[in-house]
Design a protein around this ligand. Structure first.
Ligand SMILES: C[S@@+](CC[C@H](N)C(=O)[O-])C[C@H]1O[C@@H](n2cnc3c(N)ncnc32)[C@H](O)[C@@H]1O
Length: 256
């Protein structure tokens, strides 16, 4: 959604006014996804409008006109001063973070047509971003993290490729988890191949370092494992989420 109040204000002034309260969309693809999923984008800059709009013509004709309205060309050094490291597409934008209340309403609404993914005290920002991208791709209701990691950290947003706006992303305590049967993934659980995961499932995954917490285990209704040879200890967190969401979709879950 474009901001009609943008008017003729210098984009760099707008950027500096909003940078602390907004989410950085780093690169063309992040901006494209955010716009597709109705993020409110008050400012977007590029070092080369022609190149950015050519990319839009090629890869995102559905949002081309919106990007044409949003993007302002700025000098290369001005762009470089706005971002931690320049993106090959020379595009950056700021988006307003959806309100916590709206996300909580989405997460708590029942009946649900797609699972909520819970990352129990994840440690790796890249994993969290990859999981948000997966959740968006499979149409999951949301991604909840417990623990100290901020799922809206700039590195997570970068890993999520702008798809934080396509699913409800929030940090909650285990006690605040959304309603629904908790299926927790652990190598000691029942083989997932014998199970159908319901659309209202809460799919929980443990920390990269220590697995599922005692608190999460206490909330668990079903402990589920992914097929794995005995000599292998565990899979990476994000790949475990990928296999589980794929299993949900392949066994009758809402189509992706
Ligand atoms: C990297 S693993 C955690 C390894 C950790 N050292 C432990 O003690 O469990 C991260 C999470 O991915 C999921 N996972 C990894 N391999 C799995 C498997 N074979 N079956 C089910 N879940 C798995 C679990 O939720 C696990 O807590």
């Amino acid at each position: 959604m474009t901001d009609p109040s943008r008017g003729a204000t210098d984009p760099l002034t707008t950027w500096h006014r909003l940078a602390a309260s907004c989410v950085l969309l780093d690169g063309f693809h992040a901006l494209k996804h955010a716009v597709r999923f109705h993020a409110r984008v008050p400012v977007a800059v590029t070092t080369d409008r022609g190149a950015a709009l050519a990319l839009a013509d090629e890869l995102a004709p559905d949002v081309r006109d919106t990007l044409d309205t949003l993007l302002t060309e700025v000098p290369d050094d001005a762009y470089r001063a706005l971002v931690p490291r320049p993106h090959p597409t020379g595009v950056a934008a700021l988006a307003e973070r959806p309100s916590r209340e709206t996300n909580l309403e989405t997460l708590r609404r029942t009946p649900r047509t797609a699972p909520v993914v819970v990352l129990d005290n994840p440690r790796n920002l890249g994993n969290a971003g990859a999981v948000i991208r997966l959740a968006a791709g499979f149409g999951a209701t949301g991604v909840v993290t417990t623990g100290t990691l901020d799922p809206w950290h700039p590195t997570v947003v970068r890993g999520g490729a702008g798809l934080h706006f396509a699913t409800a992303v929030e940090r909650l305590t285990v006690a605040e988890l959304p309603p629904g049967p908790v299926f927790a993934l652990d190598p000691e659980g029942d083989d997932i191949r014998g199970l159908k995961l319901p659309d209202d499932a809460v799919l929980a995954f443990g920390s990269e370092r220590t697995g599922l917490s005692a608190e999460l285990r206490a909330r668990t209704d079903h402990l589920v494992s992914l097929p794995m040879r005995p000599q292998v200890s565990s899979y990476n967190l994000a790949t475990s989420v990928a296999m589980t969401l794929y299993h949900w979709s392949a066994t009758g879950g809402a189509s992706a």
